[in-house]
Design a protein around this ligand. Sequence first.
Ligand SMILES: NC(=O)c1ccc[n+]([C@@H]2O[C@H](COP(=O)([O-])OP(=O)(O)OC[C@H]3O[C@@H](n4cnc5c(N)ncnc54)[C@H](O)[C@@H]3O)[C@@H](O)[C@H]2O)c1
Length: 289
Amino acid sequence: MIVQRLAIIGLGLIGGSLARALRAAGAVAHISGYDPDSSRRQDAERLCVIDKVYDTPVAAVREADLVVLAVPVMHTADALLDCLPGCKTDVVITDVGSTKQSVLADVARACGSVPPWFVAAHPIAGTEKSGVAHAQTDLFRRHRVILTPHDGQDPAARALVNRMWQAVGARVVEMDAARHDAIFAATSHLPHILAFSFVDMLAQLDGEGDIFSNAGGGFRDFSRIASSSPQMWHDIVRANTGAVRSLLDRQINELQNIRNMIDTERWDDLKALFERARTARERYLTQIE
Ligand SMILES: NC(=O)c1ccc[n+]([C@@H]2O[C@H](COP(=O)([O-])OP(=O)(O)OC[C@H]3O[C@@H](n4cnc5c(N)ncnc54)[C@H](O)[C@@H]3O)[C@@H](O)[C@H]2O)c1
């Protein structure tokens, strides 16, 4: 048993999947939960993802040894402040947010400094679905979880969060928060912006309704992540503007470069670019196997 009493604040895909995974692993004795959305609370109860769902965050965390904040990143510090009055003095609190510098800065602002018992974490696993109803027991198995430790963090708090993620089959690594945000701006935040922007542009073009109705597998693959939660992605982009801005500039330059190749009929250059990209993707695929 890793944790006797766990509280999950935010009964969405990630909070629900963590609850299911910890229970399946026999790593937790009791899970309480809270979400401001009553339909999410009802789903969590109906699907038996959470042992006891409460109407307030303070009630949900009252006896918890470990509290997981699984809310959109810009709500993390508020969720923390909402539950703190109910927490035990020796509680450990962690998050799952997709940006880490903003979460640490918001928590520092809310608490005066980042408390020793706070452990910033990001599971590198998810889907385009939202809500506890889509929670999956195996979501985190063989995926990474990144911890971004801060100065003064209690090593015992970090070790507890590390053990929790290992119990659900994840591989825990540690990284500086700024490096984390730069990496995920490139591999996650930019692709989501591109997918949302691409689908939005096609929707505006689709006056006759024959663009989407004739779309094939390539469109389905490329557009899948545009089905992700707009609230969650609004928060992520707003919380990581520095890294996102410079990558967007590079991408705009790259598209302009392709446009120039087409205008000037530099077809060998275009093919060379496609070849470089395909080689890079194949290398990536061998790395993750
Ligand atoms: N979905 C993914 O692929 C993925 C992957 C890794 C990390 N994350 C991160 O996990 C977090 C949750 O994402 P999700 O996919 O589970 O989203 P989700 O939309 O499925 O669930 C988020 C839940 O948080 C609740 N919530 C909002 N504000 C709250 C508050 N102040 N207090 C309590 N609950 C609140 C919402 O009502 C919602 O039920 C986000 O920070 C996201 O960046 C998501």
